[in-house]
Design a protein around this ligand. Structure first.
Ligand SMILES: NC(=O)c1ccc[n+]([C@@H]2O[C@H](COP(=O)([O-])OP(=O)(O)OC[C@H]3O[C@@H](n4cnc5c(N)ncnc54)[C@H](O)[C@@H]3O)[C@@H](O)[C@H]2O)c1
Length: 436
């Protein structure tokens, strides 16, 4: 089947490459000429493990192509996916649907055959209805169906998640939509991945409910970690103790500096907005958003404490290890590192940082931070070292060398990747999240 993917970012490019790998004929479209030029040159516009190889193989086989010309590229496509961004709208937190609507308008003018338009972007309930209205208003003579197929992949593990999903959610209102989607995902049917057919509105809400639930789980364990610090308990043990209950589950119980990234912050806000619009409050999510927002700067203050407090922090040097919101991505959107760095800079500290993949995206977001070539360069002369993202490269630092290079052996582990006793035995002052 020919599939067109409109939007070739983290979701569109990974999904397009995986569909091509399943044997479909895929064109990935983007309006960003530079992105498409890079892809034509065999370069990846984003960092995602395994993506360059997957794209390379499928381009070679002729099943994966790239284009900036939507009208030409969608010719003959039975399914056209919308995978463009839906960032927070400035001012009110509502999802900005202007990119989705713009694509719908372009599609309305360009449909050249019966087509299923599939919304893969994360969009508020009712967006599918609006896309259907836009297509209808275009006066197209072709049959179309609008389907919601939210994406649950995680950056850093995106290919595995796409190919072996926990579930596939398809919100369709008619048989045409359902049949085409069955064909699109047939290889995964054969893999026995559970496919959930729902109404379009249910599918749209499932995505927000899932992200809000996960954000809640993270925020819950973060607050437990704070309580652990006060009462002298260890959050790692508490997480293990509750997570081994099957009703709770062990995942998303890692205490840290607060959730960030391209999805949870904007999706929780958009859910609040939907709840407000429908006068159906989601108070738990309101609390989660508030708690998480204040946590990021609190993490900066934790590092300031390790430096000896506000007065002592002025002029001191802090090494930040890790900038991206999680490892194995270059995505800096809403990363806690941004607030941590800003809090330190506001206190008059100097900040040097190293991240294996995120520094290019980080530079414009934190112009006062000195970017370094490796962790040890950042650590040289530092009065405190803070691990902000749990990249593997930070798990086995040469603590002897760190101690020699640093001005003071002070380690603030915002991801709990070290054992307190090991670090203390190496002669460091050690602070962590909720480990007493
Ligand atoms: N990144 C994730 O981990 C993830 C996971 C699940 C769902 N999502 C959702 O998927 C959607 C896309 O997210 P992303 O991270 O891939 O975004 P992204 O910003 O990486 O990519 C979006 C792409 O769409 C392109 N685009 C915008 N308007 C266009 C148009 N009219 N025609 C062609 N291309 C256009 C942009 O140039 C950009 O390359 C969002 O709604 C997001 O919430 C993201």
């Amino acid at each position: 089947m020919k599939i067109a993917m409109v939007g070739s970012g983290y979701v569109g490019l990974v999904s397009g490459a995986c569909f091509a790998d399943f044997g479909h004929d895929v064109v990935c479209i983007d309006k960003d000429q530079a992105k498409i030029d890079k892809l034509h040159d065999g370069e990846m516009p984003i960092y995602e493990p395994g993506l360059a190889e997957l794209v390379g193989t499928n381009v070679k086989s002729g099943r994966l192509t790239f284009s900036t010309d939507l009208a030409e590229a969608i010719k003959g496509a039975k399914a056209v996916f919308i995978a463009v961004g839906t960032p927070s709208r400035r001012g009110d937190g509502h999802a900005d649907l202007s990119y989705v609507h713009a694509v719908a308008r372009e599609l309305g003018a360009a449909l050249s055959g019966d087509t299923v338009v599939v919304n893969k972007s994360t969009v508020p309930v009712g967006t599918g209805d609006e896309v259907e209205r836009i297509l209808g208003d275009s006066g197209t003579a072709h049959k179309f169906a609008v389907v919601s197929n939210p994406e649950f992949l995680r950056e850093g593990a995106a290919i595995g998640d796409f190919k072996r999903p926990d579930r596939i959610v398809i919100g369709a209102e008619d048989d045409f939509g359902r049949e085409v989607m069955r064909e699109v995902y047939r290889p995964l049917f054969l893999n026995e991945s559970p496919i959930l057919f729902t109404s379009r509105r249910s599918a749209e809400l499932i995505k927000y409910a899932a992200n809000a639930f996960l954000a809640t789980k993270i925020t819950f364990i973060n607050e437990m970690a704070d309580l652990c610090e006060k009462v002298g308990a260890d959050v790692q043990d508490v997480a293990r103790g509750i997570g081994s209950d099957n009703r709770i589950g062990p995942k998303f119980l890692h205490a840290g500096p607060g959730y960030g990234g391209s999805c949870f912050p904007k999706d929780t806000l958009a859910l609040l907005k939907t709840a407000e619009d429908y006068e159906s409050p989601v108070r738990i999510v309101e609390a989660v958003v508030k708690t998480n927002d204040s946590r990021k700067r609190a993490m900066g203050r934790k590092v300031i404490e390790a430096l000896g407090g506000q007065d002592a922090a002025r002029g001191k040097k802090v090494a930040l290890l890790g900038l991206t919101f999680k490892p194995n991505t270059d995505d800096m959107r809403d990363s806690p590192a941004i607030a941590v760095a800003q809090t330190l800079i506001d206190a008059g500290a100097k900040v040097a940082a190293y991240d294996p993949e995120g520094m290019e995206q980080a530079r414009p977001l934190m112009p006062q931070v000195t970017m370094c070539g490796d962790p040890y360069e950042a650590i040289e002369g530092a009065d405190a070292i803070a691990i902000v993202t749990e990249w593997d490269v930070f798990r086995a630092l040469d603590l002897g060398r760190v101690k020699e290079l640093a001005n003071a052996p002070v380690l603030v582990d915002l991801r709990n990747i070290y054992q307190p006793e090991d670090v203390r035995a190496a002669g460091f002052e050690y602070d962590s999240i909720g480990r007493g």
